[in-house]
Design a protein around this ligand. Structure first.
Ligand code: COA
Length: 376
């Protein structure tokens, strides 16, 4: 192909994808100083103005000229250079997509629109079969763009990514030519709730110390025997980070129950098991309280708020659950009380259902709740 003459110009709304020009150099240089860019992409660090010039005058034109070379487009937002979107490793009707946008243009949906434009172009105009997206594990902004543009079947490939000689775990997802370019599955948000004597919010990295305290507590350790013992700070940090994955994959949502004055964590309540291959819309509620928060009826009220949210239809911002379950070891009377005070029905006993500490398996009560059941 001839560069820039054969580069197709693609447009949608306020976005134009076009051939880069040497006049983009200052903007490319500036964008590549951004720490987020440097963290998640393979650009040279430090990034010099000469790097921008050779990117624009050598790498990009050569890519277009080579039959199976990379294809880069400049992204203009409202007529101003905002970033780059590209296709690599193109052969046999499949290729990988890469993208980056300047900080000033982020968070307004521009990247998602650009991704959809390029994917539609390769399917509709070039007859491709599949586009592959890859990102370092933890690049949530990129994952969200891929999710919004219809990429699916996400897997983690340990050590598959490489940047500047360092290996990273990698997310990989794809979209095929017959797939809708729309989100697959739910990516839950964490609405905040005001419970009067407490409030509920998303977990944050600075909750780790209190999570560690709560999960090291003797009673928590006894009844939640699946928790690591000793429960160290990195376990708490891993738990908090894993909440992002739970929300993004649709599996679960966790709230921190916090003191309304200090915002300090006093407990945790989660709904999980929400992945829904058979469209039965299940959900299980689980919780633990920091010792400083116990005995004040807080968990009962917090679970009530989660139940309301769980039964609210997805279109109204809720979780659209059809049935909730809750399990409590038969001797864990405090936990059973929280369930019954919220209208859960004891429907049976799971024999040897609850792990105990010394290799023991305890029976647990199975509770369930339907939206039509009376609730306090
Ligand atoms: C990833 C990147 C391209 C996203 O660009 P963007 O303009 O923010 O993209 P969009 O506005 O189309 O969509 C981003 C979505 O991610 C969300 N998001 C951004 N950062 C997030 C984070 N850390 N955690 C969760 N969601 C995040 C935004 O809220 C938005 O979702 P919403 O529209 O539902 O609110 C941009 O951050 C970037 O250039 N990063 C550096 C380069 C890079 O990482 N490229 C991808 C390499 S694989």
């Amino acid at each position: 192909m001839r560069f820039p003459d054969d580069v197709p110009v693609l447009t949608a709304d306020s976005i134009t994808l076009r051939a880069h020009t040497p006049a983009d150099a200052d903007a490319v240089y500036e964008m590549c100083q951004d720490p987020v860019m440097q963290r998640w992409t393979t650009i040279p660090v430090p990034y010099s103005h000469a790097d921008a010039v050779s990117f624009l005058t050598e790498l990009i034109p050569n890519g277009w000229r080579d039959e199976n070379g990379s294809r880069h487009w400049a992204i203009d937002v409202d007529g101003r250079f905002a970033g780059t979107i590209s296709l690599h490793d193109i052969a046999g009707g499949v290729g990988e997509i890469g993208f980056a946008i300047a900080p000033w243009a982020r968070g307004a949906g521009a990247m998602t629109r650009a991704v959809k434009l390029v994917v539609r172009h390769v399917f509709d105009d070039l007859n491709w079969d599949r586009v592959i997206w890859r990102a370092h594990v933890g690049n949530w902004g990129s994952r969200r763009v891929a999710w919004k543009a219809g990429f699916r079947g996400l897997v983690v490939v340990p050590g598959a990514a490489q940047a500047r000689g360092v290996r990273y775990d990698e997310w990989v997802a794809t979209v095929g030519r017959d797939d809708e370019l729309e989100p697959q599955g739910n990516w839950w948000t964490v609405p905040e709730f005001d419970g009067g004597t407490f409030h509920m919010r998303a977990p944050r990295p600075d909750d780790a110390k209190r999570v560690q305290e709560a999960c090291s507590d003797e009673r928590t350790q006894y009844w939640l025997a699946g928790l690591p013992s000793p429960y160290e700070l990195h376990h708490a940090e891993g738990f908090i980070e894993s909440r992002n994955e739970a929300r993004a994959s649709g599996e679960g949502v966790s709230w921190v129950i916090a003191d309304p004055g200090t915002d300090e964590l006093i407990g945790n309540v989660s709904i999980f098991g929400m992945n829904d291959r058979l469209n039965t819309r299940p959900g299980e509620i689980g919780y633990w309280m920091h010792p400083s928060g116990r005995g004040k009826n807080v968990m009962t009220k917090a679970v009530r708020l989660v139940i309301e949210h769980a039964f609210t239809p997805v279109e109204e911002g809720g979780l659209g659950r059809r049935r909730l379950t809750l399990l409590a070891a038969v001797e864990n009377t405090a936990s059973a009380h929280v369930a019954e005070a919220n209208g859960f029905n004891k429907v049976g006993i799971g024999r040897a259902g609850a792990p105990g500490r010394d290799g023991r398996w305890d029976d647990d009560y199975i509770f369930d709740l339907l939206p039509t059941d009376p609730r306090p």
